[in-house]
Design a protein around this ligand. Structure first.
Ligand code: PGA
Length: 249
């Protein structure tokens, strides 16, 4: 399957940041990217980002969604609203949501289910923290998160998994290729156990301090089907450099 390179802008980006999407659009109308491309700007910019990416292969996604389609949930945004604004993907269960908003596996599963209901592909994030890694629990923590965050009725076709070790997010610290390879293999086996052969076609992204300098090595690791990129997705020049470093499949 084609790799997916996804930018997660987090709570960054005013109107002026749309210029970065326009710069990417200009590059990719001339150049055929070696991977599927996605940018997840803040919700306030989704509709305009969709317009700015028009005519290019860049998809636009949300960073989170509520489990329900509508209702009295002040400040929340539903998967249907994201879809209505032109998004085709949504990130669910990012470690910052799990940490700052207390999202449990159960809550994340409900969000992934909402994504499917609205016709969005969910990018389901899992990842251990430093204490778990140091205690030798990383594989157990991640496989448990995975099993409990995938909704019952999920199909392989509407799911992407992102492995993001919490200690590597925004820290400049990378997991080694060996650590990434070991975890991605465990995730792959868990997905195959759950979905059979179709589980072998689910894209497993790596995230955590992916940059132009380390992207090639990370993306060449077995079972790494793309990357979820935070800081280095904010500037078109960095994101472009990562896309250009991506090996063709
Ligand atoms: P980072 O963030 O690339 O800035 O480490 C990745 C993420 O949190 O998705």
């Amino acid at each position: 399957m084609q790799r997916l390179l996804a930018g997660n802008w987090k709570m960054n980006g005013l109107h002026a940041a749309l210029a970065e999407i326009r710069a990417l659009t200009r590059a990719f109308v001339k150049e055929h990217p070696p991977a599927s491309l996605l940018i997840c700007p803040p919700a306030t910019l989704i509709a305009e980002a969709v317009a700015a990416a028009g005519g290019s292969p860049i998809a636009i996604g949300g960073q989170d969604c509520h489990a329900l389609p509508s209702g009295a949930y002040t400040g929340n945004i539903s998967a249907e609203m994201l879809r209505d604004a032109g998004a085709t993907f949504v990130i669910v269960g990012h470690s910052e949501r799990r940490h700052y908003h207390g999202e449990t596996n159960l809550a994340v599963a409900a969000k992934a289910k909402a994504a499917r209901r609205a016709g969005l592909t969910a990018i389901l994030c899992v990842g251990e923290n430093e204490t778990d890694r140091d205690a030798g629990r990383a594989l157990a923590v991640v496989t448990t998160q995975l099993k409990s965050s995938i909704p019952e009725d999920s199909t392989a076709a509407d799911l992407v998994v992102a492995y993001e070790p919490v200690w590597a997010i925004g820290t400049g610290r990378n997991a080694t290729s060996a650590q990434i390879g070991e975890m991605h293999e465990a995730v792959r086996e868990a997905l195959a156990a759950r979905f059979g052969e179709a589980g072998r076609k689910i894209r497993i992204l790596y995230g955590g301090s992916v940059k132009p300098e380390n992207a090639k090595e990370i993306l060449e690791t077995p079972n790494v089907d793309g990357a979820l990129i935070g800081g280095a997705s904010l500037k078109a020049s960095d994101f472009l450099a990562i896309v250009r470093a991506c090996p063709v499949r």
